[in-house]
Design a binder for this molecule. Structure first.
Ligand code: BGC
Length: 334
């Protein structure tokens, strides 16, 4: 009896992650897998090498192999339509993980961090660090944003720009490159190398005259790393304020070394725990915990969402946030 009810519990959950190239998705995948197994589920975890076709076929295979719930962090939010339609046909609930799945009515729930707030935390940091309310400036600002295929990227950008725009309009913040629109500052696939190449071009075209970049607003850590690499090789001025997101190991080390000013910590254990809870509630037919039913429209439906809180991180609090909480060991940050 016990065995029968145990095996009846071992429902299969398909977890599709975008890539192993970026540190956070490895952590997200590992956390999801461990917590789902702990909760008694069977897990089919796949990483898609940032290749949309690979992710599409991985999700289709999960469906063919009997997944009863799908958890998907999309490479490109709009490109999984066929697999999502297949999930719907098979009555398989789909949870969009961290990134919203776009252009589909087959998305049941969305769990993420408050993406707009990530941007406002970054923008507010810049505002306070430069004392933009009182200082006359002008300060030179450059912007590096995320992947246009990732719905989150626009929220990060907009959250930060909404804080900084009044100071740009007032001439306190000057963008020497003139590149401010999201499409001008975006970084396809969030690639470090792409961010680095663009930063190198900006430095050689607009700062070779010896002027300083005072702030480089970067939407996340992989792009911040590209900017930091470009500065190390191509810039002799006063080191800028640089923002980031994720508290990746390389960037946390750079924060400790004074090469990145802040990051935004999104504890992937918290997001995984919330999603595991959602999976359980869905499979047990219980009411699913959500805390936002208005913000995330995917151009077809508004998806009921659970937004976790992003947390400000810098050199003063990283120990408490990252080491004391067991997210990293002290050794990993050496
Ligand atoms: C995530 C960020 C991450 C970025 C690149 C976004 O969707 O929310 O945490 O830095 O993707 O992987």
């Amino acid at each position: 009896m016990l065995m029968a009810s145990m095996s009846a519990l071992a429902e299969k959950v398909g977890v599709s992650m975008p890539t192993k190239d970026l540190q956070r998705w490895n952590q997200d995948g590992a956390n999801m897998e461990a917590q789902l197994i702990e909760a008694g589920y069977e897990v089919d975890l796949q990483f898609a090498s940032n290749d949309v076709q690979t992710q599409l076929s991985q999700v289709e295979n999960m469906i063919a192999n009997g997944a009863e719930v799908l958890v998907i962090a999309a490479i490109e939010g709009s490109s999984l339509g066929e697999a999502l339609a297949m999930a719907k046909e098979n009555e398989i609930p789909v949870i969009a993980y961290d990134r919203l799945l776009m252009e589909s009515d087959a998305v049941s729930y969305y769990a993420t961090f408050d993406n707009y707030k990530v941007g406002t935390v970054q923008g507010t940091y810049v505002k306070d660090a430069l004392d933009l309310e009182n200082a006359a400036g002008p300060f030179n600002l450059e912007i590096t944003a995320g992947d246009p295929g990732d719905n989150n990227a626009g929220y990060f950008y907009q959250g930060a720009i909404d804080v900084l725009k009044p100071y740009i309009d007032a001439g306190k913040l000057v963008i020497k490159s003139g590149q401010i629109e999201f499409t001008d500052v975006a970084t396809p696939t969030w690639a470090t190398e792409t961010a680095q190449t663009r930063a190198e071009n900006i430095l050689s075209s607009f700062y070779a005259d010896g002027s300083n970049v005072d702030v480089w607003l970067c939407s996340n850590d992989s792009t911040a790393l590209g900017v930091e690499n470009a500065l190390a090789a191509n810039y002799n001025g006063t080191y800028p304020i640089i923002t980031g997101q994720d508290c990746d190991i390389a960037n946390t080390k750079n924060m400790i070394a004074g090469k990145q000013s802040m990051s935004v910590f999104k504890d992937t254990r918290t997001l995984a725990a919330q999603v595991v809870k959602m999976v359980g509630q869905i499979l047990k037919g219980e009411e699913v915990d959500v805390n936002d039913i208005e913000t995330y429209n995917n151009n077809v439906i508004t998806v009921p969402s659970f937004l976790c809180e992003p947390v400000f991180a810098d050199v003063n609090n990283y120990k408490e946030l990252l080491v004391d909480s067991g997210y990293y060991t002290e050794d990993q940050l050496q």
